[in-house]
Design a protein around this ligand. Structure first.
Ligand code: CA
Length: 338
Protein backbone atom coordinates (compact mmCIF):
# COMPACT_ATOMS: atom_id res chain seq x y z
CA UNK A 1 0.00 0.00 0.00
CA UNK A 2 2.61 2.53 1.07
CA UNK A 3 5.08 1.55 -1.62
CA UNK A 4 2.38 1.78 -4.29
CA UNK A 5 1.41 5.22 -3.05
CA UNK A 6 5.03 6.29 -3.04
CA UNK A 7 5.44 5.04 -6.59
CA UNK A 8 2.38 6.99 -7.66
CA UNK A 9 3.73 10.16 -6.13
CA UNK A 10 7.16 9.72 -7.65
CA UNK A 11 5.78 9.03 -11.11
CA UNK A 12 4.27 12.49 -11.14
CA UNK A 13 7.57 14.18 -10.37
CA UNK A 14 9.86 15.27 -13.18
CA UNK A 15 12.99 14.72 -11.09
CA UNK A 16 12.78 10.94 -11.48
CA UNK A 17 12.21 11.10 -15.22
CA UNK A 18 12.13 7.75 -16.97
CA UNK A 19 12.38 5.35 -14.00
CA UNK A 20 9.33 3.74 -12.41
CA UNK A 21 6.28 1.98 -13.79
CA UNK A 22 6.52 3.17 -17.39
CA UNK A 23 5.95 -0.38 -18.69
CA UNK A 24 2.25 0.22 -18.17
CA UNK A 25 2.18 3.68 -19.65
CA UNK A 26 0.82 3.67 -23.17
CA UNK A 27 3.34 4.41 -25.87
CA UNK A 28 2.00 7.67 -27.24
CA UNK A 29 2.10 9.58 -23.94
CA UNK A 30 4.90 7.72 -22.25
CA UNK A 31 7.46 10.47 -22.51
CA UNK A 32 5.20 13.43 -23.00
CA UNK A 33 4.47 15.95 -20.33
CA UNK A 34 0.96 17.33 -20.46
CA UNK A 35 2.10 20.71 -21.79
CA UNK A 36 2.80 18.92 -25.11
CA UNK A 37 -0.83 17.82 -25.46
CA UNK A 38 -2.84 20.17 -27.72
CA UNK A 39 -6.05 19.82 -25.65
CA UNK A 40 -4.12 20.95 -22.59
CA UNK A 41 -2.94 24.06 -24.42
CA UNK A 42 -6.55 24.79 -25.35
CA UNK A 43 -7.51 24.29 -21.70
CA UNK A 44 -4.81 26.76 -20.61
CA UNK A 45 -6.19 29.32 -23.09
CA UNK A 46 -9.64 28.75 -21.62
CA UNK A 47 -8.45 29.19 -18.00
CA UNK A 48 -6.55 32.35 -18.92
CA UNK A 49 -9.42 33.97 -20.80
CA UNK A 50 -12.34 32.85 -18.62
CA UNK A 51 -10.73 33.19 -15.19
CA UNK A 52 -7.73 35.44 -15.87
CA UNK A 53 -5.67 32.53 -14.56
CA UNK A 54 -1.90 32.99 -14.51
CA UNK A 55 -0.86 31.46 -17.85
CA UNK A 56 2.82 31.12 -16.95
CA UNK A 57 1.92 29.22 -13.81
CA UNK A 58 -0.26 26.79 -15.78
CA UNK A 59 2.43 26.24 -18.41
CA UNK A 60 4.88 25.53 -15.61
CA UNK A 61 2.73 23.03 -13.72
CA UNK A 62 1.53 21.16 -16.82
CA UNK A 63 5.18 20.88 -17.92
CA UNK A 64 5.96 18.90 -14.77
CA UNK A 65 3.41 16.10 -14.98
CA UNK A 66 2.77 13.06 -17.16
CA UNK A 67 -0.11 10.66 -17.57
CA UNK A 68 -0.59 8.44 -14.51
CA UNK A 69 -1.86 5.15 -15.89
CA UNK A 70 -2.90 3.76 -12.47
CA UNK A 71 -5.58 6.42 -12.19
CA UNK A 72 -7.26 5.09 -15.33
CA UNK A 73 -6.89 1.47 -14.24
CA UNK A 74 -8.45 2.20 -10.84
CA UNK A 75 -11.29 4.19 -12.37
CA UNK A 76 -12.15 1.21 -14.56
CA UNK A 77 -12.20 -1.21 -11.61
CA UNK A 78 -14.25 0.30 -8.84
CA UNK A 79 -15.06 -2.54 -6.42
CA UNK A 80 -18.41 -0.99 -5.39
CA UNK A 81 -19.86 -2.22 -8.66
CA UNK A 82 -19.58 -5.90 -7.78
CA UNK A 83 -19.41 -6.44 -4.00
CA UNK A 84 -22.66 -7.77 -2.45
CA UNK A 85 -23.99 -5.80 0.50
CA UNK A 86 -23.21 -8.35 3.20
CA UNK A 87 -19.52 -8.10 2.23
CA UNK A 88 -19.52 -4.37 1.48
CA UNK A 89 -20.93 -3.44 4.90
CA UNK A 90 -18.20 -5.24 6.85
CA UNK A 91 -15.73 -2.54 5.76
CA UNK A 92 -17.60 0.00 7.86
CA UNK A 93 -19.69 -1.88 10.43
CA UNK A 94 -17.00 -3.01 12.79
CA UNK A 95 -16.34 -2.16 16.42
CA UNK A 96 -13.32 0.03 15.64
CA UNK A 97 -15.29 2.25 13.27
CA UNK A 98 -18.17 2.48 15.78
CA UNK A 99 -15.90 3.35 18.74
CA UNK A 100 -14.00 5.97 16.73
CA UNK A 101 -17.35 7.46 15.71
CA UNK A 102 -18.39 7.83 19.33
CA UNK A 103 -15.05 9.51 20.14
CA UNK A 104 -15.41 11.82 17.14
CA UNK A 105 -18.94 12.74 18.28
CA UNK A 106 -17.91 13.36 21.87
CA UNK A 107 -15.11 15.75 20.99
CA UNK A 108 -17.28 17.60 18.43
CA UNK A 109 -20.54 17.85 20.35
CA UNK A 110 -20.79 21.63 19.97
CA UNK A 111 -20.33 21.52 16.17
CA UNK A 112 -22.70 18.59 15.70
CA UNK A 113 -25.42 20.36 17.70
CA UNK A 114 -24.88 23.52 15.67
CA UNK A 115 -25.07 21.60 12.37
CA UNK A 116 -28.21 19.74 13.43
CA UNK A 117 -29.85 23.03 14.37
CA UNK A 118 -28.84 24.93 11.22
CA UNK A 119 -29.23 22.22 8.57
CA UNK A 120 -31.65 19.75 10.15
CA UNK A 121 -29.33 16.76 9.67
CA UNK A 122 -29.12 14.41 12.70
CA UNK A 123 -25.61 14.26 14.16
CA UNK A 124 -25.16 10.47 13.77
CA UNK A 125 -25.65 10.78 9.99
CA UNK A 126 -22.95 13.45 9.76
CA UNK A 127 -20.50 11.44 11.87
CA UNK A 128 -21.23 8.26 9.95
CA UNK A 129 -20.59 9.84 6.53
CA UNK A 130 -17.20 11.12 7.70
CA UNK A 131 -16.55 7.66 9.17
CA UNK A 132 -17.43 5.83 5.96
CA UNK A 133 -15.61 8.29 3.70
CA UNK A 134 -12.27 8.50 5.49
CA UNK A 135 -12.41 6.76 8.91
CA UNK A 136 -12.96 10.20 10.50
CA UNK A 137 -10.19 11.88 8.56
CA UNK A 138 -7.58 9.17 9.03
CA UNK A 139 -7.52 8.09 5.34
CA UNK A 140 -7.98 11.11 3.09
CA UNK A 141 -5.85 9.92 0.16
CA UNK A 142 -2.21 10.60 -0.61
CA UNK A 143 -2.24 11.08 -4.38
CA UNK A 144 -1.41 14.40 -5.98
CA UNK A 145 -4.86 15.36 -7.23
CA UNK A 146 -3.54 17.69 -9.93
CA UNK A 147 -1.92 14.79 -11.79
CA UNK A 148 -4.92 12.53 -11.19
CA UNK A 149 -7.45 15.08 -12.44
CA UNK A 150 -5.32 16.01 -15.44
CA UNK A 151 -4.98 12.34 -16.40
CA UNK A 152 -8.73 11.78 -16.08
CA UNK A 153 -9.52 15.03 -17.89
CA UNK A 154 -7.41 14.28 -20.97
CA UNK A 155 -6.91 10.50 -21.06
CA UNK A 156 -10.22 9.08 -19.85
CA UNK A 157 -12.63 9.94 -22.68
CA UNK A 158 -15.65 8.31 -21.03
CA UNK A 159 -15.73 11.04 -18.35
CA UNK A 160 -13.32 13.59 -19.78
CA UNK A 161 -15.80 16.45 -19.78
CA UNK A 162 -16.67 15.91 -16.10
CA UNK A 163 -13.02 15.75 -15.05
CA UNK A 164 -12.00 18.80 -17.09
CA UNK A 165 -14.62 20.68 -15.12
CA UNK A 166 -13.27 19.26 -11.83
CA UNK A 167 -9.73 20.20 -12.89
CA UNK A 168 -10.96 23.73 -13.55
CA UNK A 169 -12.53 23.80 -10.07
CA UNK A 170 -9.36 22.45 -8.48
CA UNK A 171 -7.25 25.19 -10.07
CA UNK A 172 -9.70 27.87 -8.94
CA UNK A 173 -9.72 26.40 -5.45
CA UNK A 174 -5.92 26.33 -5.33
CA UNK A 175 -5.80 30.00 -6.29
CA UNK A 176 -8.52 30.92 -3.80
CA UNK A 177 -7.05 28.97 -0.86
CA UNK A 178 -3.40 29.66 -1.66
CA UNK A 179 -2.49 26.02 -2.28
CA UNK A 180 0.55 25.15 -4.39
CA UNK A 181 -0.76 23.38 -7.51
CA UNK A 182 0.47 19.81 -7.41
CA UNK A 183 0.86 19.61 -3.64
CA UNK A 184 -2.78 18.87 -2.78
CA UNK A 185 -3.32 15.25 -1.78
CA UNK A 186 -6.54 13.32 -2.27
CA UNK A 187 -8.10 10.17 -3.67
CA UNK A 188 -7.16 8.76 -7.07
CA UNK A 189 -10.28 10.41 -8.52
CA UNK A 190 -9.55 13.80 -6.97
CA UNK A 191 -11.76 13.75 -3.84
CA UNK A 192 -10.51 16.01 -1.07
CA UNK A 193 -10.31 16.07 2.69
CA UNK A 194 -12.06 14.15 5.44
CA UNK A 195 -15.41 14.51 3.62
CA UNK A 196 -13.98 13.58 0.18
CA UNK A 197 -15.58 16.46 -1.70
CA UNK A 198 -14.76 16.76 -5.37
CA UNK A 199 -13.25 20.20 -6.11
CA UNK A 200 -16.51 21.62 -7.54
CA UNK A 201 -18.35 20.74 -4.32
CA UNK A 202 -15.50 22.09 -2.23
CA UNK A 203 -15.89 25.40 -4.09
CA UNK A 204 -19.69 25.52 -3.77
CA UNK A 205 -20.64 23.70 -0.57
CA UNK A 206 -17.70 23.56 1.85
CA UNK A 207 -18.23 25.66 4.99
CA UNK A 208 -15.97 27.57 7.30
CA UNK A 209 -17.97 26.27 10.27
CA UNK A 210 -15.66 27.29 13.13
CA UNK A 211 -15.46 30.85 11.82
CA UNK A 212 -11.68 31.20 11.50
CA UNK A 213 -12.03 32.48 7.90
CA UNK A 214 -10.43 29.39 6.36
CA UNK A 215 -12.14 26.31 4.96
CA UNK A 216 -9.97 23.39 6.00
CA UNK A 217 -11.45 20.00 5.22
CA UNK A 218 -8.27 18.19 6.29
CA UNK A 219 -7.49 19.85 9.60
CA UNK A 220 -10.81 21.11 10.93
CA UNK A 221 -13.38 18.58 12.09
CA UNK A 222 -15.78 21.50 12.62
CA UNK A 223 -15.48 22.56 8.97
CA UNK A 224 -15.96 18.93 7.86
CA UNK A 225 -19.13 18.63 9.96
CA UNK A 226 -20.63 21.88 8.65
CA UNK A 227 -19.72 20.95 5.08
CA UNK A 228 -21.37 17.51 5.17
CA UNK A 229 -24.54 18.97 6.69
CA UNK A 230 -24.59 21.81 4.16
CA UNK A 231 -24.13 19.32 1.31
CA UNK A 232 -27.05 17.19 2.46
CA UNK A 233 -29.32 20.18 2.98
CA UNK A 234 -28.40 21.48 -0.47
CA UNK A 235 -29.39 18.12 -1.96
CA UNK A 236 -32.82 18.09 -0.33
CA UNK A 237 -32.42 16.64 3.18
CA UNK A 238 -35.73 16.97 5.04
CA UNK A 239 -35.56 17.97 8.69
CA UNK A 240 -37.27 15.26 10.78
CA UNK A 241 -37.76 13.24 7.60
CA UNK A 242 -37.47 9.47 7.40
CA UNK A 243 -34.72 7.41 5.83
CA UNK A 244 -35.88 3.77 5.59
CA UNK A 245 -38.28 1.22 7.09
CA UNK A 246 -37.73 -2.53 6.82
CA UNK A 247 -40.30 -3.91 4.39
CA UNK A 248 -42.14 -7.18 3.97
CA UNK A 249 -42.65 -8.23 0.35
CA UNK A 250 -45.51 -10.68 -0.15
CA UNK A 251 -44.75 -11.66 -3.72
CA UNK A 252 -41.54 -10.55 -5.37
CA UNK A 253 -42.96 -11.19 -8.86
CA UNK A 254 -45.37 -8.28 -8.33
CA UNK A 255 -42.64 -5.75 -7.64
CA UNK A 256 -39.42 -7.07 -9.09
CA UNK A 257 -39.33 -4.33 -11.72
CA UNK A 258 -39.42 -1.65 -8.96
CA UNK A 259 -36.65 -2.97 -6.74
CA UNK A 260 -33.62 -0.64 -6.72
CA UNK A 261 -35.19 1.47 -9.40
CA UNK A 262 -34.51 5.18 -9.75
CA UNK A 263 -33.02 7.85 -7.54
CA UNK A 264 -36.18 9.17 -5.87
CA UNK A 265 -39.28 7.85 -4.04
CA UNK A 266 -41.96 6.62 -6.47
CA UNK A 267 -45.13 5.36 -4.68
CA UNK A 268 -47.03 6.15 -1.49
CA UNK A 269 -47.20 3.45 1.17
CA UNK A 270 -50.83 2.96 0.26
CA UNK A 271 -49.83 2.24 -3.34
CA UNK A 272 -47.06 -0.07 -2.15
CA UNK A 273 -49.52 -2.00 0.00
CA UNK A 274 -51.66 -2.70 -3.08
CA UNK A 275 -48.54 -4.32 -4.55
CA UNK A 276 -48.06 -6.40 -1.40
CA UNK A 277 -45.22 -4.36 0.10
CA UNK A 278 -45.60 -3.40 3.77
CA UNK A 279 -43.56 -1.25 6.13
CA UNK A 280 -42.85 -3.35 9.21
CA UNK A 281 -42.15 -0.36 11.47
CA UNK A 282 -43.38 3.21 11.02
CA UNK A 283 -46.20 4.13 8.71
CA UNK A 284 -44.91 7.18 6.82
CA UNK A 285 -46.88 9.66 4.78
CA UNK A 286 -45.34 10.55 1.47
CA UNK A 287 -43.64 8.44 -1.14
CA UNK A 288 -41.05 5.71 -0.93
CA UNK A 289 -38.86 3.62 -3.18
CA UNK A 290 -38.13 -0.08 -2.70
CA UNK A 291 -34.58 -1.16 -1.91
CA UNK A 292 -33.42 -4.76 -1.91
CA UNK A 293 -29.91 -5.70 -0.76
CA UNK A 294 -28.30 -9.06 -0.19
CA UNK A 295 -28.01 -9.22 3.60
CA UNK A 296 -26.40 -12.67 3.48
CA UNK A 297 -25.54 -15.22 0.86
CA UNK A 298 -28.72 -16.38 -0.86
CA UNK A 299 -30.98 -13.93 0.97
CA UNK A 300 -32.25 -10.42 0.15
CA UNK A 301 -33.63 -7.91 2.66
CA UNK A 302 -36.06 -5.16 1.60
CA UNK A 303 -36.62 -1.60 2.77
CA UNK A 304 -39.01 1.17 1.88
CA UNK A 305 -36.73 4.15 1.31
CA UNK A 306 -37.83 7.76 1.75
CA UNK A 307 -36.51 11.08 0.50
CA UNK A 308 -33.61 11.30 2.97
CA UNK A 309 -32.27 7.91 1.90
CA UNK A 310 -32.00 9.18 -1.65
CA UNK A 311 -30.35 12.37 -0.40
CA UNK A 312 -27.56 10.23 1.11
CA UNK A 313 -27.27 8.62 -2.34
CA UNK A 314 -26.53 12.11 -3.69
CA UNK A 315 -23.31 11.87 -1.68
CA UNK A 316 -22.43 8.57 -3.33
CA UNK A 317 -24.87 7.01 -5.80
CA UNK A 318 -24.86 3.54 -4.30
CA UNK A 319 -27.63 1.91 -2.25
CA UNK A 320 -25.03 -0.13 -0.38
CA UNK A 321 -23.24 3.08 0.55
CA UNK A 322 -26.39 4.79 1.80
CA UNK A 323 -27.47 1.75 3.80
CA UNK A 324 -24.01 1.39 5.36
CA UNK A 325 -24.11 5.05 6.39
CA UNK A 326 -27.47 4.47 8.09
CA UNK A 327 -26.39 1.28 9.83
CA UNK A 328 -23.18 2.86 11.11
CA UNK A 329 -25.12 5.96 12.23
CA UNK A 330 -27.51 3.78 14.24
CA UNK A 331 -24.71 1.85 15.88
CA UNK A 332 -22.87 5.06 16.82
CA UNK A 333 -26.04 6.62 18.23
CA UNK A 334 -26.77 3.48 20.28
CA UNK A 335 -23.22 3.26 21.63
CA UNK A 336 -23.09 6.95 22.40
CA UNK A 337 -26.35 6.79 24.33
CA UNK A 338 -25.41 3.68 26.33
CA1 CA B 1 -12.64 26.99 9.41
Amino acid sequence: MISLAAALLLSGCSAVGGSNTSKQVSAERQDQTYIEVPEVQTFIDYMASKHQYDRALLVDVFSQIKKREQVITKSNNQPEVITPYYEYRTRFLNQGRIDSGVEFANRNRVWLDKAELEFGVPWPIIVSIIGVETAYGRVTGNRDVFTSLTTLAFDYPRRGKYFRSELESYLLLARQEGWTVGETKGSYSGALGMVQFMPSNYLKLAKDFNGNEHIDLWGSEADAIGSVANYLQHHGWQRDGYTVSRARVDDLDNVEEWVNKGRSPMFTLREWSKLGVWATTDYVHGKAGLVGLRDQEGSTAYWLAYENFFTIMDYNPSRRYAMSVLELANRIAQSEGS
